[in-house]
Design a protein around this ligand. Structure first.
Ligand SMILES: Cc1cc2nc3c(=O)[nH]c(=O)nc-3n(C[C@H](O)[C@H](O)[C@H](O)COP(=O)(O)OP(=O)(O)OC[C@H]3O[C@@H](n4cnc5c(N)ncnc54)[C@H](O)[C@@H]3O)c2cc1C
Length: 384
């Protein structure tokens, strides 16, 4: 068996990489170790419509479940502010169905996808798999956060737990974010409505018992029933792995391409897959290895400065104690919340964080946090 490229991992990054390669006329095999594309689903499913358009996987009634109208941010003492997320045009998608749609597109373009097929290792242009050896020019690692963990890159990994629940306190079109430096250090808890009375509730943080923290959160909210629960690592360390290493190209969460602020990766990981596919195609056509380097270049041109700023925002937020979070949320007036609503974009949202911190006051902030991180957040100067 021989393919131009073998892709390990049949989720959003791997499948869109496969689609790009197949559309450009190359032979490509996707290996998914799970029994079904899209499972186990470990995602809140929040994504912007513009992101879906750019991924060319456009919003469809098959995978879009609902539109998100408002987002509320809570501090530990119960203080809150709400923003109108209408201008960001965010939808909640059925992630299983979205991945299946990407798989259908890749197949229609000519890619071959196998489930229950595990990638083992790559060397000498041979991919070792659970069903034998496959010759290929390029191996694409799209195996998700586990790839970073296997490479002992654990500093950007947080543990998360998420439940699908029915509860009348979940309001249609609403996303909630709960900050608490003690319960969810380095991250937050969230709820995402799929419809009125149903949605996903999750928590993540550094070195927490995520299952217990999620249980405590759910118990504190009132009556609920759980239909599904998952535990999964998330990556908030920014672009981490070498994107091109010899004949191996790394995409998606395996490359640290999810957003450092929220760990959202459907858009940015999917774009990583598409950009990698374009560069691999150029290499396969020209035989010039330098062509592969256009992938990290395109990635940095699109996401580099934003990811640097998001990383700085993440570091700053992770240093805040609960008292400061209470003050910060309390400082956001309805006028500032309305400004945040107007100019925020879901995929490039650092300007909204800057507005929120600005409400608190840069000088007050500087008394508590390192000036270098504040400067990096404002300017985006620094390496991803
Ligand atoms: C709780 C939670 C909530 C999230 N919510 C959101 C959200 O609301 N919006 C958003 O944009 N992002 C969200 N994310 C992040 C998003 O799910 C990821 O960024 C995205 O799925 C990364 O896609 P990927 O293709 O890089 O990797 P993954 O989706 O992790 O897929 C990797 C695939 O590789 C397969 N695989 C692994 N090893 C092998 C192997 N050896 N051989 C073959 N196959 C293998 C796995 O089975 C898997 O299918 C969330 C993540 C979590 C954990």
């Amino acid at each position: 068996m021989r393919y131009d490229a073998v892709i390990a991992g049949g989720s959003i990054a791997g499948l869109l990489c496969a689609r790009e390669l197949a559309r450009r006329g190359h032979s490509v095999l996707v290996l998914e170790k799970g029994h079904e594309i899209g499972t186990p689903e470990h995602c809140g499913g929040l994504v912007s419509r513009s992101g879906l358009d750019e991924l060319d996987i456009g919003p469809s009634s098959r995978h879009v479940r609902g539109r998100i109208h408002r987002a509320a941010l809570y501090s530990p003492n119960g203080g809150s502010f709400e923003i109108d997320s209408g201008p960001c045009d965010i939808v909640e998608v059925d992630r299983r169905e979205l991945d299946k749609q990407a798989a259908r597109q890749a197949h229609d373009a000519g890619a071959h996808i196998r489930t229950r097929s595990e990638f083992k290792r790559f060397g000498g242009r041979v991919a070792k798999t659970s069903f034998g050896d496959i010759e290929c020019d390029i191996l694409v690692d799209a195996t998700g956060v586990t790839s970073l963990i296997m490479k002992k890159m654990r500093s950007g990994v947080l543990v998360s737990a998420q439940s699908e629940v029915s509860a009348d306190w979940i309001k249609e079109g609403c996303v909630e974010v709960h900050l608490d430096a003690v319960k969810y250090p380095g991250f937050f808890a969230w709820s995402i409505a799929s419809e009125d009375g149903r949605g996903k509730v999750g928590v993540a943080g550094a070195e927490i018992n995520a299952s217990q923290a999620l249980h405590d959160l759910l118990e504190s909210r009132g009556r609920y029933s759980e239909t599904r629960r998952i535990n999964a690592p998330i990556w908030v360390g920014g672009c981490a792995a070498k994107l091109v290493d010899g004949m191996t190209v790394t995409v998606g969460d395996a490359a640290g391409q999810s957003k450092p602020t929220t760990a959202g990766g459907i858009f940015s990981c999917g774009m990583g897959g598409i950009m990698a596919g374009a560069a691999i195609s150029d290499y396969l056509e020209s035989g010039d290895k330098a062509a592969l380097e256009s992938y990290p270049r395109s990635w940095n041109a699109k996401f580099g400065a934003e990811f640097t700023r998001q990383l700085a925002a993440r570091r700053l937020l992770a240093r805040l104690d609960n008292g400061t979070i209470d003050e910060l949320v309390g400082a956001v007036t309805p006028k500032i919340a309305s400004e945040i609503s107007k100019d925020g974009t879901f995929d490039f949202h650092v300007s909204s964080i800057v507005k929120m911190l600005g409400a608190y006051g840069t000088m007050r902030l500087a008394r508590r946090l390192p000036m270098s991180d504040i400067a990096r957040l404002m300017t985006g100067v620094g390496k991803v």
